[in-house]
Design a protein around this ligand. Structure first.
Ligand code: NAI
Length: 480
């Protein structure tokens, strides 16, 4: 059979046999198999497209392999450690012989594998052609993919670019020393270090600080700014800072790292605070100072890129007709759930359906103990933008369920406009990441605080704190 005939046959079957062909033809070619890419592939297939998905590593991207899922799997282990430590409070004399961190890491790896397989099965069921290899865009119609079997060219009518982001490595002396790691390596430690310095008090730095401290590691966080979690509501971030300090985490704020040295005992991080030079010894250093977007594979295209961010319109279309992008590469909030939606919107627009994201209600969650979750407007932003807001607040220490759980820290804050329509919410407290969806729905539906204040919430539940905070917006909270 000629190569051409084989190509056509495989095209119809939607499968690739690398040894037989070097060129494949699809409707939509997607570069990157993370949350944005694989969702785009599934959605485009649902809409009848022949799709090829190119991924050089594992399916699921950062989120599934080295981000959201693995950190939450390990967090379950450290939460269990915390529960054993606190067990006497609940009338149980639990004790811990030792921590087998390797078992926690293996459990985490098994979960990743299960989910990887799940994503693969979903894509195979949709007859998406999967290409494992490094892809680059040669033009707005062709990807070149370096697979183990050789170079494959993917010819496509439309492209969706979903190449994501990687840890940003700052230029600090000693950054390449052994035991200076990023979050990627921190997920695969054979054993827990005695002490760690975390550079950066953003989401990654704070989640790891919480997790490692719970596991008994001595944690010091060094942050350039005078606060933690710069993108969060400042009151919520301050509440968490106080709680984390009480847990024993040391924070050096307004501190600038100058270098990292190797010492007889391990490592030492030099930094300055207010012109004073200081030094923090430790066994490991975790660098968490942000992420850089993976633009390199796209250099063959004349794309509009500003400050490393690929520019798209509300339909996820780039400046090149027929070329769409989604996920971290398009900047903004680097969140997997936003990437899912952007991937869906990119696929729909590529298939001729005009759709866009509701960007007034994008929840974000930080998985610490307690958690922080927020959606919509914050008080800080309202002040900056001169928006007049009504604020309702309720503390978990006044919520019956929170007390039964032994989780009395934190609060729910609800922001409403002058017509009492809910426009924002922040939660610091137990299960905040689950609770935030009620406020996300309220914002999506443009609901008034009075609607939630009059809605019956089951008792005793944490969700009653939302009911009360909405009641507080209306000046009629009951248990305040
Ligand atoms: P980030 O941008 O959130 O925070 C980096 C922090 O490092 C900033 O506070 C910055 O001031 C500080 N910094 C920068 N250079 C420094 C230096 N030389 N010395 C000391 N401090 C320095 O970045 P991060 O934490 O790496 O997270 C990356 C992205 O991943 C974020 O956009 C985040 O939203 C996302 N992410 C989301 C998660 C979630 O939704 N739960 C979990 C983890 C990450």
């Amino acid at each position: 059979m000629s190569n051409h005939l084989q190509l056509q046959r495989d095209y119809k079957k939607g499968r690739v046999y690398m040894d037989l062909k070097k060129e494949i033809f699809v409707d939509i070619g997607i570069l990157g198999g993370g949350p944005a890419g694989y969702v785009a592939a599934i959605r485009a297939s649902q809409l009848g497209a022949k799709v090829a998905l190119i991924e050089e590593k594992e399916l699921g991207g950062v989120c599934l392999n080295v981000g959201c899922i693995p950190t939450k799997a390990l967090l379950k282990s450290t939460d269990t450690i915390s529960a054993i430590r606190r067990s006497k409070e609940f009338g149980i004399n639990g004790y811990m012989e030792n921590i087998s961190w390797d078992i926690a890491v293996n459990r985490k790896n098994r979960i990743i594998k299960t989910l990887n397989m799940g994503v693969r099965q979903l894509l195979e069921a949709k007859k998406v052609t999967l290409l494992k290899g490094r892809g680059t865009a040669l033009s707005d119609k062709i990807f070149s993919v370096q697979t183990a079997e050789g170079v494959v060219h993917v010819h496509c009518d439309k492209m969706i670019l979903t190449t994501g982001a990687s840890p940003l490595i700052p230029t600090i002396n000693g950054i390449n020393l052994n035991n200076v790691i990023t979050s990627n390596e921190a997920l695969n430690l054979d054993e827990l270090p005695e002490s760690i310095v975390i550079i950066g008090a953003g989401v990654i730095g704070i989640e790891f600080a919480n997790m490692l401290c719970s596991a008994g590691v001595k944690v010091t966080v060094i942050e350039l700014m005078d606060r933690i979690l710069a993108s969060e509501d400042s009151e919520a971030a301050l509440e968490l800072l106080k709680i984390m300090k009480r847990k024993g985490i040391t924070f050096k704020l307004s501190a600038s790292v100058t270098d990292i040295q190797k010492t007889d005992a391990g490592l030492a991080v030099s930094y300055t605070v207010g012109g004073k030079a200081l030094n923090q010894p430790c066994k490991k250093v975790l660098v968490a100072v942000g992420r850089k977007l993976n633009i390199k594979p796209l250099q063959g295209l004349p794309l509009e890129v500003k400050k490393g961010v690929l520019i798209v319109n509300e339909n996820m279309q780039t400046n090149i007709k027929g070329v769409y992008a989604a996920g971290d590469i398009t900047g903004g909030k680097l969140l997997a759930h936003l990437a899912f939606m952007e991937g869906k919107v990119a696929a729909e627009n590529a298939m001729g359906i005009k759709s866009k994201i509701n960007d007034t209600a994008i929840p974000s969650c930080i998985y610490t103990n307690p958690e922080i979750a927020s959606v919509g407007m914050t008080e800080d932003r309202a002040r900056r933008e001169g928006v007049v807001v009504k604020v309702g607040k309720f503390y978990f220490r006044n919520n019956g369920r929170a007390l039964t759980l032994g989780e009395r820290e934190g609060f729910v804050k609800v922001l409403a406009d002058q017509n009492n329509i809910i426009i924002g919410g922040q939660i610091v407290g137990p299960h905040a990441s689950e609770l935030i969806s009620e406020l996300t729905l309220a914002i999506t539906l443009k609901a008034k605080a009075s609607v939630l204040a009059d809605m019956i919430h089951p008792h005793p539940t944490l969700s009653e704190a939302i009911w009360e905070a909405c009641g507080d917006v209306m000046g009629r909270a009951i248990h305040k």
